[in-house]
Ligand binder design. Structure first.
Ligand code: HEC
Ligand code: HEC
Ligand code: HEC
Length: 428
């Protein structure tokens, strides 16, 4: 009896393994002679360039600015470090021998030309939404880049995460292959924005928390997440902004890297704006803004500016110059307030107002700490504007009391815990 059960279990196990291998198995696609860049029209290459910008391909696939798309960028994951690959048309180390169908399979199914499964750090879970035309345009753009010979370093993933075949199981659980589906109840512009956000722009790859196996937690879609040691805020209605993400605000932020009622784009979001979105036409950014303000359930423009003015006024009214200042307030007054002062009716993006700033109302202080320590470079935020860092001038304790003061006086959010330790953790 026992033997029979065991035998049955074994047979079942073998069958399951067989089925798994059958699903997991992907064939290799034959190499081609490197595609002739002359085969693509300028128009197609230009469209591909915009898509590559929306998809941030260059940001992830470049380590040395003189070798664009040659790969090798380290992507730390909880399971070890993964390196991006060379996607220039170099035949040996890049994708020069890839036919368009091999490229399309990689983008939409996460399978390399050789047949091996690709790690979802490459956001094919989003690129799968791209229609044929967009795939062709991207292929034309990449195949007409300069071929660069460069081999990325070996991945250092721990066992069993280094077994690519197991990714087939991951895909069964977490990956839905398929193109973007138009939502008929929404406008064309909204659908364009949603397509960019979910497809090439892969916005939720950073703005949605991930589960223990590294997949986006769809139950917590758009609720904000820590990524590369920055906090990517919630983009849905749970975003704690006092003013809301109206279309005007969202458009300005995505186009210029900052908006008057929110502050500026630093960290990975600076790459998204300045390396990626900058190539996209206004119509695409307006479409994204339409989609985003709907997701965020933004108030009307008039209401947003009233809320913003009232947030600034509330802070100004509570500041009483006759009282003795505590350490945090004193530091803010001398170190920050000269640059961060606004009239309630006309807040200026070039001196982000602390009563409106996302970094101060966020559930975690990482962005505020990093900006205070390191400042904002000319490349981040609003281009050509900068802020000095205070990491040298102020101690961990001083920064902690300054930020605790800002949190307590400029928002209605609960205090952050262990601030001083958190400041120490963010020091280089
Ligand atoms: C968030 C970082 C990231 C972004 C953005 C990104 N990639 Fe990648 N890509 C990777 C990583 C990492 C790999 C390697 C995955 C692996 O080894 O399994 C990869 C692999 C690939 C591959 C497979 C190459 C091979 O040799 O198997 C192709 C093709 C590719 N990416 C194209 C693109 C294109 C086109 C874009 C933009 C539309 C893009 N990637 C955007 C990180 C990224
Ligand atoms: C590589 C990760 C990453 C990707 C991809 C990304 N973001 Fe972000 N995003 C961030 C980070 C980090 C911040 C916080 C930046 C800051 O505080 O200055 C941010 C901030 C924002 C903000 C401001 C939120 C606030 O409350 O201040 C908006 C709006 C936004 N992103 C929209 C988008 C859109 C739309 C996309 C897709 C086109 C996108 N993001 C893609 C990482 C990312
Ligand atoms: C010399 C002027 C100056 C001083 C002093 C200064 N800032 Fe800034 N700050 C700026 C400018 C300009 C920006 C916008 C930078 C950009 O867009 O590139 C900025 C941006 C910021 C942001 C926005 C980041 C975001 O994610 O939106 C925060 C937060 C901030 N500053 C906090 C502080 C704090 C705290 C102090 C004092 C310790 C301080 N600043 C002192 C000029 C200054």
């Amino acid at each position: 009896m026992f033997k029979k059960i065991l035998g049955g279990l074994l047979a079942f196990g073998a069958l399951a393994l067989g089925i798994f291998l059958l699903i997991a198995w992907e064939s290799s696609i034959d190499p081609i002679n490197t595609a002739n860049p002359g085969a693509f029209s300028d128009e197609q290459i230009r469209r591909g360039e915009v898509l590559a910008g929306l998809g941030n391909c260059e940001t992830c696939h470049t380590t040395d600015a003189n070798k664009p798309f040659a790969g090798g960028r380290a992507m730390p994951t909880p399971f070890g470090t993964l390196y991006s690959t060379n996607i220039t048309p170099d035949p040996k180390t890049g994708i020069g021998q890839w036919s368009e169908s091999a490229f399309s399979r990689a983008m939409r199914e996460g399978v390399s030309r050789s047949g091996s499964h690709l790690f979802p750090a490459f956001p094919y879970t989003h690129f799968t939404k791209l229609p044929d035309d967009d795939i062709s345009d991207l292929y034309a753009y990449l195949m007409s880049r300069q071929a660069i010979q460069a081999e990325p370093p070996e991945n250092t993933l721990e066992f069993p995460f280094n077994i690519r075949l197991l990714l087939a199981g991951w895909k069964l659980l977490f990956f839905d292959e398929g193109r973007y589906e138009t939502v008929s109840s929404k406008s064309d512009e909204w659908n364009r924005g949603a397509y960019i956000a979910e497809g090439p722009g892969h916005c939720s790859a950073c703005h949605t928390p991930r589960n223990a196996l590294g997949a986006e937690d769809t139950g917590k879609a758009w609720e904000g997440a820590i990524i590369n040691n920055w906090y990517a805020p919630a983009l849905n209605a749970s975003n704690p902004t006092p003013a809301g993400w109206t279309e005007t605000e969202a458009y300005q932020y995505l186009r210029n890297g900052g908006s008057p009622f929110h502050g500026v784009a630093v960290g990975s979001m600076a790459d998204v704006v300045h390396d990626g979105l900058k190539r996209a036409p206004d119509s695409d950014l307006k479409a994204l803004a339409v989609w985003l303000s709907d997701l965020a359930q933004a108030p009307g423009e008039q209401q947003a500016s009233e809320r913003s003015a009232s947030a600034i006024r509330t802070v100004q009214n509570t500041q009483n110059p006759s009282t003795v200042m505590d350490e945090g307030e004193r530091l803010f007054t001398y170190a920050c307030a000269a640059c961060h002062y606004n009239e309630p009716e006309t807040p200026n993006t070039l001196r982000p107002d602390m009563a409106l700033n996302s970094a101060i109302s966020a559930p975690t202080p990482v962005n505020l700490i990093r900006v205070t320590l390191n400042g904002v470079s000319l490349k981040e935020g609003i281009a050509e504007a900068m802020m000095p860092g205070f990491g040298e001038a102020l101690s961990d304790r001083q920064i902690a009391s300054l930020l605790a003061y800002l949190r307590a006086t400029h928002t209605d959010q609960p205090a952050w815990a262990n601030l001083e330790q958190q400041v120490r953790d963010q020091r280089p």
